[in-house]
Write a protein of this length. Structure first.
Length: 344
């Protein structure tokens, strides 16, 4: 099947609200397939396609591996699966490594569409936290596609759109209510688009990262594009490579996991908090055991019982100090939304 255009959409927190607004404005004869990734729990029942289908005019369904996409149909990445597409329009839903803490992740979809359809690709970033999708949107731009970002001032969570605007020369920045009509105009534009010029190394990196999403057994090939860093992968604890020349700063491990610097920081913040609460729990349990020992020694040796109670009191005091410092500490936040935003 020939495709004049392919639309790929990525969102996270707040993205479903924006996606519904877009779906309401796409007509039944919409002349492109629409592929959607929204971050979700791996245990999600997968109702997003039903929600989009009932709120809009297009047929919406969970993507299935091996099916050929059709114009006027919305294909949603199923829970705990990436969504990819090849040059023949055939979908794939591999359970590849997490990217930016997510599966499905936005970058693999955008990367696959850019490599398969080049200038015919229209990429859209919606509301969401952190910065998944920025690298994929840049790949679409590099290969001549059209880039669209929800206005951060219109997004429930502005981080993803803001990140894309900082790192990609975005073609259109619009509120969600304007993106549906914009997509209609874009897919009706029949004028030929010139083939993009992309460095061989950049294309090879896009292809390598796409292959990792499909089959991580070759993930060690990413070494060509990065250098070992001092950081370890939060998921597999292997050495992270810092990829050269990336904006935003990005890391990958040799088993396939990928992180931007902001996503890695979020993982490290979470790991630190978990470690702190483990320490608090250990101290509290130690204090309880010391109290039990004190009760045991009360009738035998009151001095020993008193020492145990003193140690229990000190342990609880240390636990309280650590707990309060953790509760009061603010994690490193995201940059503020810029007040002057680009648009077309």
């Amino acid at each position: 099947m020939a495709y004049d255009n392919v639309v790929v959409i990525g969102g996270s927190a707040g993205g479903i609200d924006a996606l519904i607004k877009i779906a309401r404005d796409l007509p039944q004869d919409f002349a492109a397939p629409v592929l959607v990734v929204v971050h979700m729990s791996p245990d999600s029942p997968g109702y997003l396609a039903d929600i989009v289908g009932t709120r809009g005019q297009l047929e919406a369904r969970n993507a299935e591996a091996g099916e050929l996409m059709r114009n006027g149909v919305v294909y949603v990445a199923p829970p705990d699966r990436h969504l990819l597409v090849d040059a023949n329009g055939r979908l794939n839903t591999p359970r590849g490594p997490h990217e930016n803490r997510s599966r499905p992740a936005i970058d693999p979809l955008f990367r696959s569409a850019a490599l398969a359809f080049g200038a015919r690709t229209i990429g859209v970033i919606l509301s969401g936290a952190l910065d998944d999708g920025t690298i994929g949107l840049r790949g679409i731009k590099m290969l001549g596609g059209t880039t669209v970002v929800q206005d951060p001032l219109d997004a429930i969570v502005a981080s993803m759109p803001s990140s894309a605007l900082r790192s990609v020369s975005v073609d259109y920045c619009r509120p969600a209510s304007d993106i549906g009509p914009l997509l209609q105009r874009l897919v009706k534009t029949k004028q030929p688009k010139p083939a993009a010029t992309i460095e061989a190394m950049s294309r090879r990196q896009l292809e390598t990262e796409l292959e990792i999403a499909q089959d991580p057994t070759g993930a060690a090939a990413i070494r060509e594009f990065g250098m070992p860093s001092i950081f370890t992968c939060p998921e597999c604890h292997g050495t992270l490579l810092r990829l050269r020349g990336e904006r935003p700063v990005r890391f990958r491990c040799h088993t396939g996991h990928a992180f931007t610097a902001d996503t890695l920081l979020a993982e490290l913040n979470e790991a630190t908090e978990n470690a702190v609460w483990t320490a608090v729990r250990s101290m509290q349990e130690g204090a309880m055991l010391l109290t039990h020992l004190a009760d045991h020694w009360d009738a035998i040796d009151p001095d020993t019982a008193s020492r145990y109670r003193l140690k229990a009191k000190r342990a609880l005091k240390r636990a309280d100090t650590i707990r309060h410092s953790t509760v009061d500490e603010e994690p490193v936040g995201q940059p503020r939304v810029p007040q002057a935003l680009p648009g077309a």
